[in-house]
Design a protein around this ligand. Sequence first.
Ligand code: ZN
Length: 162
Amino acid sequence: MFDRFDICEAYSLLEEHWNHGGWLQERPSNQRRGEACSVQLNRIGFKRSPMTHDVSDLSENGQRIYREAEIRLGLVARHVHVCDACATGISNDDWSHVDANYNLSDPDELEARENAHASIAGTLELLGWLTHCGSTDLGGYFACEVCGVTDMSPAQTFSAEK
Ligand SMILES: [Zn+2]
């Protein structure tokens, strides 16, 4: 959601938390202008709420903007949530569980199975090296980011190298 106040608050806080020498050096717009977020925010007359000190003080939308920017700017590793079966697949490089979803004596399903394997391989290629870092309670159902299957929380969490 585009909300100017949420965006300003999120970047103001990002800079406070992640600055080097007073400015958020990873942000392309700051590099281009040679200016800190705070300078740009000041110029448009933005003042952060005095109650906002941590990510949890931001609106839900602001928190999402903050977290997405953290990943996009390479400040933190991206976390990937996957189902238990894919967690085993990643750890053991064994994707035979995918075959269980298909009737391998049916040529159409055989093709669907090939597509599923290709899709998983493509996703893994994009994500790069994955390191298991535990499980995360996402509060209910979630979509596995590797195979796309809907699974029940907790999710197995991996951090992706950039
Ligand atoms: Zn999965």
